[in-house]
Ligand binder design. Structure first.
Ligand code: AMP
Ligand code: MG
Length: 418
């Protein structure tokens, strides 16, 4: 791993060297941990990350219950029954789901019971209603039903003391059902990271306004906000701000008061209007500036106290690439999620050669046509539509000159299905 280099103002000097992707990821690994916990109502916990395991304090179900509509009896008394010689029982009452029953089923007796109702004392099985015929207070059973048949046992779903969900679980809708079934009214989850997205650039118009003259619309904040949401964060967009050192400084200082991570889009490189790297160095620590990755080489990583700051190049494709490689893992780690890509990997053959340069990682947008991987011809960092036309991307490691036609490569699909 490369040591972090001391920071000098790099403006107009270019990058002297670039940190390897591996070294940046190792730094994130070392320096970024899970946020604190909060205790919330399980009903609003879908998609949240469990901070601690949940143990069932009571069994589910908490009582033996009927799994069928029918008659609760003593099972051994039904043995030998068939439709030619049904066995008669005296009906002593009826048990409904949700009601406490005082009925006691004695020898030769049966209680009418509905699915979900507690098995009455004395009974040990439920004869299906289809295997019975009622005649006044007598029910005739035509099917042998051994003890325990059609009975849901206490604790058969969840035993008392069982770990029902472990820490780190991203809660699914059915998990909320389960938390409710064990009677929990609070659940401890990891706090959602607040992701400040500071967008900079003199040329930018706010998203949602048709660009005019020589200005362009901010494409990065909608994209970054959606990425942060997807990764469990709460985005807070600030800007677009002009390339004004003081304006950007006060936005950074402000954001650092309430956010858990700062993403700064634009002005991350070494030009005269690129203020972010110098500001982070001045206000905190600029640990990385310039990464050996295309198309996100002007990316950076720093810290303001414990708060990570990711410098994202303004070019939308570079911005996406830098989010995918550096910001995404940080947001997910903060929120207690697995840091790996939430993209679906699939190994497929290359339809054409995929070229790269030794010494840097390449983030190559590709489409998948008839099960073969087609590198997208237009791959400039400013061509955002290359990411919307792409099905996903292939990562070419730094030590490879690319992949030949026919080679098997892993495509990371932007969509989970399809
Ligand atoms: P910068 O990283 O500030 O040097 O910007 C690099 C390129 O990306 C320039 O052409 C900018 O106009 C463009 N750019 C910067 N920020 C954005 C943004 N938020 N949305 C779209 N394009 C941007
Ligand atoms: Mg700029």
């Amino acid at each position: 791993m490369e040591p972090a280099r001391p920071f000098h103002d790099p403006r107009m000097r270019g990058f002297r060297s670039r940190t390897s992707v591996e070294a940046v990821l190792a730094l994130i690994d070392r320096r970024v941990g899970r946020l604190s916990l909060e205790s919330i109502d399980p009903r609003s916990a879908a998609g949240r990350v469990m901070a601690s395991e949940v143990v069932a304090e009571a069994p589910v179900p908490a009582f033996d219950r009927a799994a069928m509509d029918g008659y609760a009896v003593r099972g051994e008394e039904t043995l030998g029954a068939d439709s030619y010689s049904p066995i008669p029982f005296t009906i002593v009452g009826r048990v409904r789901p949700g009601a406490v029953s005082t009925i006691r089923v004695g020898p030769g007796e049966a209680a009418e019971i509905a699915t979900g109702a507690p098995l009455p004392a004395g009974a040990d099985t439920v004869v299906r209603v289809e295997a019975t015929e009622v005649d006044g207070r007598i029910v005739r059973v035509s099917e042998p039903t051994p003890p325990g048949r059609h009975v849901g046992r206490e604790g058969e779903d969840i035993a008392r003391g069982a770990v029902v969900l472990s820490a780190g679980r991203v809660l699914r809708p059915q998990d909320l059902g389960l938390l409710s079934s064990i009677g929990l009214d609070r659940v401890e989850v990891v706090r959602r990271p607040v992701v400040a997205i500071i967008v900079t650039g003199d040329e930018l118009q706010p998203a949602g306004i048709r660009p005019d003259g020589s200005r362009i619309a901010d494409a990065n904040s909608p994209m970054l906000a959606a990425l942060a949401c997807r990764d469990g964060g709460i985005p807070a967009v600030i800007g677009p701000l002009p390339d004004d050192r003081e304006a950007i400084r006060s936005a950074i200082v402000d954001a650092a008061r309430s956010a858990d991570v700062l993403l700064i889009s634009g002005g991350s490189s070494t030009g005269p209007e690129d203020h972010a790297p110098g500001l982070i160095a001045e206000l905190g620590e600029l640990a990385v500036h310039g990464v050996a990755i295309r198309p996100a080489s002007p990316a950076g990583l720093g810290f303001l106290g414990p708060i990570p700051v990711v410098l994202l190049p303004g070019n939308p494709v570079s911005c996406l690439c830098a989010y995918d490689f550096f910001a995404g893992p940080i947001v997910r780690r903060l929120g207690g999620r697995p840091p790996g890509w939430p993209y679906r990997p699939r190994v497929l053959p290359l339809a054409r050669k995929l070229a790269s340069v030794v010494g840097r990682v390449d983030y190559a947008r590709v489409s998948v046509v008839d099960g073969r991987v087609e590198p997208l011809a237009i791959s400039g960092a400013s061509i955002l539509s290359s990411t919307t036309r792409a099905d996903g991307f292939v990562v070419i490691p730094a030590d490879l000159e690319g992949h030949p036609e026919g080679a098997s490569v892993t495509v990371w699909h932007y969509d989970q299905d399809g």
